[in-house]
Ligand binder design. Structure first.
Ligand SMILES: [Zn+2]
Length: 179
């Protein structure tokens, strides 16, 4: 951030009085602009023993497969955001069910919140952010072509739980990838 979103003057990065973290501070109007993690919300759209995946039509990870998910908007609940993203990316209507995975990604300041979702019908179609949308059984999951580790972790938990006959909530931390 270079300029104050309240008054338009230049901001400086410094530790405000009584704080211990550098912030973007506006000396003109006194505003302190805090940066906080962003929440990504999505779901596992289920239909019998299949789930729906989208192939990304946008960067990053163009052409790879993902669960419908995206940044939560102001004014909506996490479940509403997950249903909205599923409609936008896959043209699919879901009943959002269980909160399923909560993944912290502190190295990129994101939190992934994934629900289980029940598809209301099979009337889906790729949205503008997807190249194609398809249903997959466990054996058909393109494990080597998944877009994000958060999606891989969520799906690994999902199929392991399904095998065990019990879906448990999973919380975890995702560390920076090895480069
Ligand atoms: Zn200002």
């Amino acid at each position: 951030m270079n300029f104050c979103s309240d008054c338009g003057e230049k901001v400086t990065l410094r530790i405000p009085d009584g704080d211990n973290v550098p912030r973007h501070v506006c000396d003109a109007c006194g505003a302190i602009h805090y940066l906080n993690p962003k929440m990504v919300v999505g779901c596992i759209p289920e239909w019998d023993d299949q789930i729906l995946l989208c192939r990304r039509a946008i960067e990053p990870r163009y052409g790879l497969w993902t669960l419908p998910a995206g940044f939560m908007e102001n004014g909506e609940t996490a479940a509403q955001g997950a249903a909205r993203e599923t409609l936008e990316e896959a043209g699919a209507r879901v009943q959002i069910d269980q909160l399923y995975t909560f993944l912290n990604l502190p190295y990129i300041n994101q939190i992934y919140v994934m629900f289980r979702g029940r598809l209301l019908d099979l009337d889906y179609a790729a949205g503008t952010e997807s190249l194609e949308v398809m249903m997959f059984s466990e054996a058909e999951i393109p494990w080597k072509e998944l877009a994000f580790r958060t999606i891989k972790i969520t799906l690994e938990n999902y199929f392991a739980d399904r095998k065990n006959g019990s879906f448990d909530f999973h919380m975890g931390d995702v560390l920076p990838p090895n480069r």
